[in-house]
Write a new protein. Structure first.
Length: 207
């Protein structure tokens, strides 16, 4: 195995929005450097970086992956990062315990009730976990029965107009969650609200 001095080692992070080609670029770099014999594709689920079954299924990165290659006398570490907006900005973190698995999703029992979310880390039932969801993926619910999963009734603690929408703090029991609310919705601080968590944009993380 070749040895490299610190001066001959470089680390590069590939960043950008989802679908911009980060994983494909990493695969191409590996192929051109001779680190892999055959270059795979995201569409076929054969890239080095997107090895997780969920990444293959959804055809986008869910985890940062690190690969390495050699160019002349330099060893290069390449970090392929997720690009979906779910992984940037502020997020609600709700602790709980995984109750059951449903394909790529899992049901997590929290203080506000059961919530369905994606389970990219394959956390087993009975394990502690944290549900991560950004405010824009908790939406005002105008239809649906209250017994529906991922649908909750709360009270508006604060409303602040930011950009083109309101950002509201919603209290559900003892839990506060932040959500994005359209300015066309007639709501006020202290009022009741129903909100729905998008199961395909809620992610379970190990506790």
């Amino acid at each position: 195995m070749a040895k490299f001095s610190p001066e001959s080692i470089r680390t590069i992070a590939l960043t950008g929005h989802g679908g911009s080609g980060k994983t494909t670029l990493a695969e191409t770099l590996l192929g051109k450097a001779g680190a892999i014999a055959t270059m795979g594709t995201v569409e076929k689920g054969t890239t080095v970086c997107d090895f997780d079954p969920l990444e293959k299924q959804f055809q986008h990165s869910l985890n940062a992956s690190v690969v390495h290659l050699q160019h002349r006398d330099t060893r290069i570490h390449v970090i392929d990062t997720p690009g979906l907006p779910d992984f940037i900005g502020r997020a609600n973190l709700i602790p709980g315990k995984v109750a059951s698995l449903e394909g790529p999703h899992a049901v997590i029992e929290t203080d506000i009730g059961a919530i369905v979310g994606l389970n990219p880390q394959r956390i087993d039932p009975g394990k502690e976990a944290v549900l991560c969801v950004r405010p824009e993926f908790i939406r005002t619910a105008v239809t649906g029965a209250m017994e529906d999963r991922n649908l909750f009734r709360g009270k508006i603690e604060t409303l602040l107009f930011i950009g083109e929408a309101y950002e509201g703090e919603i209290r559900i029991g003892e839990t506060l969650v932040t959500t994005t609310i359209s300015p066309t919705v007639d709501l006020a601080e202290g009022g009741d609200i129903r909100i729905a968590f998008d199961p395909d944009h809620c992610f379970l993380l190990p506790a």
